[in-house]
Design a protein around this ligand. Structure first.
Ligand SMILES: C[S@@+](CC[C@H](N)C(=O)[O-])C[C@H]1O[C@@H](n2cnc3c(N)ncnc32)[C@H](O)[C@@H]1O
Length: 336
């Protein structure tokens, strides 16, 4: 819990950092935190138990059932203040413990719109190589919101990308040497996730919003803008393992087929990982000067806080690191 508090501090949520420090004391003292987490304390660290609990409480705030605490949650118009929020947070756990406990059984489900800034730039590089329409395929897309990255509006490094009237706006999203900006034509958007979230449903939106840290206004704005975009721009999002998504895709002449994923690889078991690699290799082998294939990724690497933006293109298999981005995606620092 204290490690997660430090993580929240580093990534810009003073509210959650403060609440988790109080919660750690309450856990040791056998208070409501201990009661809610009972039965889960030996869950592995990577299950992010603290974030599950925080998500459950945030859902109560977002649905108007924790009014006293809402006064300290900027996501619903409150003013962040961890010290003053803590007594109200503790009372929510004491009064709605069962509801919060229900959130402990599922992994946090997020869809980080900022990561779409890396995809948008990578698409510009692809079009610089061959100016063709794009078929976008995402594995592990969660709600598939980044399948609309071409419709975001991004600025930074003296560049402007996308639609200035987009509900997803990211000022300062790019820095360094910006990508060669081009109009991107996406003709197909498809993705497969083991636990897809419908971004057009109230339930899906509550789930995704609840896991965003309430004092991170930019992340929330991006997410809410992406909900709006999802209503206008449909995407084919299926419940299936990544290997099945890749297996149902084939390349098309006169098009780029782009396989993209972000913060997804770490969840694959050995068998699925091998199947994803084999499917990707089969698509790569089928590529030609007309039917082009690209693999674009934003994935964590050991011992680095930022994630590389990588692209491999076929025919040829040229691999390039285009830049890097922090865990929530922006700003992307482009290096070429
Ligand atoms: C951390 S989330 C990242 C979501 C999204 N890529 C983003 O960056 O916002 C990881 C996603 O991978 C999905 N996932 C995990 N294993 C998968 C698999 N074998 N096949 C498809 N999706 C998978 C999860 O359900 C989850 O939606």
């Amino acid at each position: 819990m204290l490690r997660q508090a430090a993580g929240c501090e580093r990534l810009g949520s003073a509210l959650y950092a403060g609440l988790l420090r109080h919660a750690a004391d309450d856990l040791l003292a056998g208070g409501p935190v201990a009661a809610v987490l009972r039965g889960h304390l030996s869950d592995p660290g990577r299950s992010a138990l603290s974030l599950r609990m925080l998500g459950g409480v945030h859902a109560l705030v977002l649905t108007g059932r924790a009014e006293e605490l809402a006064a300290f949650y900027p996501s619903v118009g409150g003013k962040a203040d961890a010290a003053r929020a803590w007594p109200a947070f503790r009372r929510v756990l004491a009064e709605h413990g069962d509801e919060v406990s229900a959130w402990l059984d599922r992994p946090p489900q997020t869809n980080e719109i900022g990561r779409g800034a890396a995809l948008a730039g990578a698409l510009c590089y692809l079009l610089d190589e061959a100016d063709l329409p794009v078929r976008l395929v995402e594995v592990g897309p969660s709600a598939g919101l980044n399948l609309r990255a071409d419709r975001f509006f991004l600025t930074g490094a003296a560049a402007k990308f996308g639609d200035p009237s987009s509900p997803v706006r990211m000022p300062g999203a790019w820095q360094g040497t910006p990508p060669p900006v081009r109009p991107v034509r996406v003709t197909w958007r498809t993705g497969g996730d083991l636990a897809p979230v419908d971004p057009t449903s109230a339930q899906g939106r509550l789930l995704l919003t609840a896991y965003v840290w309430p004092d991170q206004a930019d992340r929330l704005d991006r997410l809410r803008g992406a909900y709006e975009l999802a209503e206008r721009v449909p995407a084919d999002l299926r419940a299936e393992p990544a290997s099945a998504t890749i297996a149902r895709v084939s390349l098309e002449p006169g098009m780029w087929t782009v396989l993209w994923h972000s913060v997804f690889r770490q969840y694959l078991d050995q068998g699925e990982s091998a199947a994803v690699d084999a499917g990707t290799a089969a698509l790569a082998a089928a590529a030609s000067d007309s039917a082009r294939f690209a693999h674009v990724t934003l994935e964590p690497v050991p011992h680095a806080q930022d994630f590389p933006v990588e692209v491999i293109t076929w025919p040829g298999g040229a691999r390039r690191v285009l830049g890097s981005a922090p865990p929530h995606g922006v700003p992307v620092t482009w290096v070429r």
